[in-house]
Design a protein around this ligand. Structure first.
Ligand code: HEC
Length: 157
């Protein structure tokens, strides 16, 4: 019962964090709603990765709530293909025009698939509660983020 209450509290805190992130994304609008939505979702992925990262590094204890973080990443990843509609690569966003170059279509789609697969591995690793496994799966997942960012994300403006 206590544990469940803790999970609820953590859930509320995480939820509040998402709202704060959404609010800050709104205040730094790119002027394009689809780009703003994408940035907000990327931040959500980043926050969930960060929560698991703290445990992998031993900076925070393992908790059942971590499963929600892992599932959130997999869920977000499963939708990522919809976050890049044509015309949303506005100047103020950090998405490179290369994303919408037909020559890169397959590569970009593959980068998303790589994240999706890795994130499913992360869900399994987090379920195991084994810190080393969580660390390895997090690294693999983070690698797929980095691969796409390297090729398709502009440097910070
Ligand atoms: C298929 C490509 C791709 C994958 C995979 C990907 N990203 Fe991104 N990410 C981008 C692009 C492109 C941007 C720039 C978005 C924009 O400004 O339009 C971005 C932006 C971001 C941002 C910056 C948001 C801001 O504050 O402006 C964060 C944080 C982020 N990604 C985290 C992640 C994490 C964590 C993962 C992996 C779990 C990940 N991304 C996977 C392409 C990707």
């Amino acid at each position: 019962m206590k544990k469940r209450l803790m999970n609820t509290i953590v859930g509320v805190i995480v939820g509040a964090g998402v709202l704060v992130t959404m609010a800050s994304a709104h205040s730094e609008s790119t002027g394009n709603a689809e780009a703003d939505y994408r940035i907000q979702k990327m931040k959500e992925i980043g926050m969930n990765m960060g929560a698991i990262g703290k445990v992998a590094k031993g900076e925070a204890p393992y908790s059942e709530a971590l499963n929600e973080n892992a599932k959130a990443i997999a869920e977000l990843a499963s939708n990522m293909g919809k976050w890049f509609p044509e015309g949303s690569g506005v100047e103020a966003s950090r998405s490179k025009p290369d994303i919408w170059d037909p020559a890169n279509k397959d590569k970009f789609a593959q980068d998303i698939v790589n994240l999706q697969e890795a994130s499913l591995g992360l869900v399994v690793a987090v379920q195991s509660g084994d810190q080393a496994k969580i660390g390895a799966a997090l690294k693999a997942t983070g690698g797929t983020c980095g691969a796409c960012h390297k090729q398709f994300r502009k440097p910070k403006q």
